[in-house]
Ligand binder design. Structure first.
Ligand code: NAD
Length: 445
């Protein structure tokens, strides 16, 4: 029996630097710590310094509340058994149940899940919805599994994390390489275990199973709303503005379609295999059709091939990283020519790159604001499931727009108050809200 080797994880309390390049390397690239959880802690500490948080409050807020590592054996179609490593981390629940997606990816590590869980805490607080932060992941390449294998993996992982999830405890949702079908299997598995219909245990479900209309577009729609606000602020006309999108999945492809509807010119799109570029603009819906048919945006007729690195350095008004962490680092930040970077992905820009972009005058809309539309409509879904009363598209999108625009301006205000960039402004807003909830709740017992 052969299994995929789980990734090795580092100690969450170990703050010794883990660098992107070997200390022995002769490369001239600046060295930078790319461990996502170290980055998340660094971002938190910057806001904690500005807010003057004491050491006890910092200790409570920086580390995850609960971390579960599970072993997930799966019967493969050929009769062998593979064992995958899975995680569920609840970073903070001071303002409500933990909330956050589940990622299937061959490079998932515990530190990545810890970072993603803590970013969820700050994201929910930034847009002021009543949740804490959580995240899950399984170290697997789902593209190598059949539909049957994926279903068995999902149901076993759901069973392993069942003791710590629930509508008032921790509510998963989709993330990279998971989708509505994954959520439907989790909802069914938890319902079978408990003997009742557990609609509100996960969000991002199909509309036929208690999902919300507008949820699948919500991350991108939220991103569209904040890009519009940033353009207004900077005096950029969105109609005709050039937009480049890295990562053409749920968040990226829909952001491209929505901004195209606003008149923007989508000049480039990419995925793991590379990108397609046309300075005159691509048809985002047709690019998606091409990706569905061929498995990639590459080779799109009438477009030039570019690498992901080249895409990030394109002349454009809006750059949307919508893939994974650590895409814009100290090594390539100075190449970025966009006026706005809207982080549809979680953690695409490192702290070192943040400083470079800020010094260059790039306006960055941080992940905890730019992609918060997804969790906001997940919140609407959870509310609808518990009321068993479902809203129309118009209502979902109207409330989403109100929340996103309010959050954008609250973050902007903090940015001006503390004379910092938008990420630090968002952290100041979010960390203050979570610290205040922690203070009024008190420490049990
Ligand atoms: P997805 O699986 O639908 O799509 C991911 C896309 O990124 C795919 O097209 C894949 O080919 C591409 N990709 C992966 N690695 C890449 C790389 N190294 N370079 C270029 N492209 C690459 O995932 P998604 O749900 O769209 O998530 C994308 C990002 O958005 C993640 O960071 C996720 O955490 C974040 N996000 C998603 C949601 C949501 O509701 N889906 C909400 C908030 C944040």
């Amino acid at each position: 029996m052969m299994g995929i080797q789980p990734q090795e994880d580092s100690n969450p309390f170990d703050s010794s630097p883990k660098f992107a390049h070997s200390e022995m390397s002769q490369a001239v690239q600046p060295q930078e710590n790319l461990n996502p959880f170290d980055i998340a802690k660094q971002q938190f500490n910057q806001a904690a310094d500005l807010l003057g948080l004491d050491s006890s409050m910092r200790a409570i807020l920086v580390n995850p509340k609960r971390q579960l590592i599970v072993s997930v054996p799966v019967k493969m179609d050929d009769g062998t058994i593979n064992v995958y490593q899975g995680y569920r981390v609840q970073h903070n629940v001071a303002r409500g149940p933990a909330k956050g997606g589940i990622r299937y990816h061959p490079q998932v590590t515990l530190d990545e899940v810890r970072a993603l869980a803590s970013w969820m805490t700050w994201k929910c607080a930034t847009v002021n919805i009543p949740y804490g932060g959580g995240k899950g992941g399984v170290c697997v390449d789902p593209r190598q599994l059949s539909q049957g294998e994926l279903e068995r993996l999902t149901r076993r992982y759901a069973t392993e994390i069942a003791p710590i999830i629930g509508k008032h405890i921790d509510i998963p949702a989709p993330d990279v390489y998971t989708n509505e079908q994954t959520m439907a299997w989790i909802m069914d598995t938890i319902s079978m275990i408990t003997g009742g219909s557990q609609l509100a245990v996960v969000t991002g479900k199909p509309v036929s199973l208690g999902g919300s209309v507008g949820r699948s577009e919500a991350t991108a729609r939220g991103c569209q709303f904040v890009v519009r606000e940033a353009c207004k602020l900077l005096g950029i006309e969105l109609a005709g503005a050039r937009v480049a999108v890295q990562g053409y999945g749920n968040a990226g492809s829909i952001a491209a379609r929505l901004l195209h509807q606003d008149g923007a010119r989508i000049i480039a799109a990419s995925d793991t295999r590379g990108g397609a570029f046309n300075p005159n603009g691509l048809d985002p819906v047709d690019v998606l059709r091409h990706k569905a048919e061929t498995g990639s945006v590459t080779g799109y007729p009438g477009a030039d091939s570019i690498t992901n690195k080249e895409l990030l350095a394109l002349e454009c008004e809006v750059l949307i990283p919508a893939a994974l962490e650590n895409q814009i680092t100290l090594a390539n930040a100075s190449d970025v020519k966009a006026r706005i970077v809207a982080e549809a992905a979680n953690g695409p820009v490192t702290p070192g790159a943040d400083r470079v972009l800020h010094d260059k005058g790039v306006f960055s809309i941080p992940d905890i604001l730019a992609n918060a539309g997804g969790v906001t409509v997940s919140y609407f879904e959870w509310v609808q499931d518990q009321y068993s009363f479902f809203w129309e598209d118009e209502e979902v999108n109207r409330y989403l727009e109100k929340i996103m625009i309010k959050a954008f301006h609250e973050v902007l205000q903090k940015t001006q108050e503390h004379k910092v960039d938008m990420r630090t402004g968002a952290y100041c807003l979010a960390v203050h809200r979570v610290a205040e909830a922690t203070r009024v709740r008190g420490i049990f017992p």
